[in-house]
Design a protein. Structure first.
Length: 236
């Protein structure tokens, strides 16, 4: 075989391997599905009842999902770069996260943080979903709000019957960042993360704690409760 033919054959092989590598990648959507007691969560108009018999409506639900990682059945992983997503129930487009160039391997686990880690908090990156103008940054505290939930309930003792939870904090004794690990049991279904707010508010006595607005032990306790409201949802 002459050298020219060998060179052409090698180039053909390289091209084939390149296309094979491309075909083994895909873009996937991860959808966020906010609910209350397994019913679709609708802001402002709907009233819901907790296990504590608190009747309430929710006016605001915003939170950060960050540092997304996918673990595959063979033990390999995919880690999203620049991984900070602001989920805002008032912005429908924010409820779908696009992950690019993901392996075609079967996904075993979905891992992510609720909130913004300490490194990002001090990095000075204030663009995109980290823009303070989006209402999730404490200028007075120089840090991000990981989770914001607001609403109204007759159980609250305030004049306007409001409850407000702005949960954040990244310093060592105030760190409210939470990691969520979800195991994928139906691997051929779309990735839909259900966020059932009832799983959080069932643990809260609105009459006793209608507001948390600063970092500290109460905020950390709240973050431990709301991390339990995330699960994978499979459409039939």
């Amino acid at each position: 075989m002459n050298k020219s033919l060998i060179l052409v054959s090698l180039m053909f092989l390289i091209v084939c391997l390149s296309f094979r590598g491309i075909s083994e990648k895909r873009d996937i959507n991860v959808s966020i599905y906010p609910t209350f007691n397994n019913e679709k969560l609708i802001l402002n108009t709907y009233q819901y009842i907790t296990s504590n018999k608190d009747t309430l409506s929710i006016t605001t639900l915003k939170f950060y999902i960050s540092n997304i990682e996918l673990q595959f059945e063979d033990g390999s992983t995919y880690t999203e770069s620049k991984s900070q997503h602001l989920i805002n129930l008032e912005e429908e487009k924010s409820l779908v996260l696009l992950l690019k160039d993901v392996s075609n391997k079967k996904i075993d686990k979905v891992i992510f943080n609720i909130g913004i880690d300490s490194l990002t908090n001090v990095s000075g990156n204030l663009e995109g979903d980290l823009d303070p103008a989006l209402g999730m940054y404490w200028a007075w505290n120089s840090g991000y709000i990981n989770m914001k939930l607001e609403g109204k309930s007759s159980s609250c003792t305030s004049v306007k019957k409001n409850f407000q939870y702005h949960i954040g904090g990244y310093l060592p004794k105030q760190n409210a960042l939470q990691q969520v690990i979800l195991t994928v049991t139906q691997k051929d279904k779309p990735l839909i993360i259900k966020t059932d707010v009832a799983q959080w508010l069932n643990k809260v006595a609105l009459r006793e704690t209608p507001s948390i607005m600063i970092p500290g032990p109460k905020a950390i306790a709240m973050s431990n409760w709301y991390k339990e409201m995330f699960s994978l949802y499979y459409e039939e």
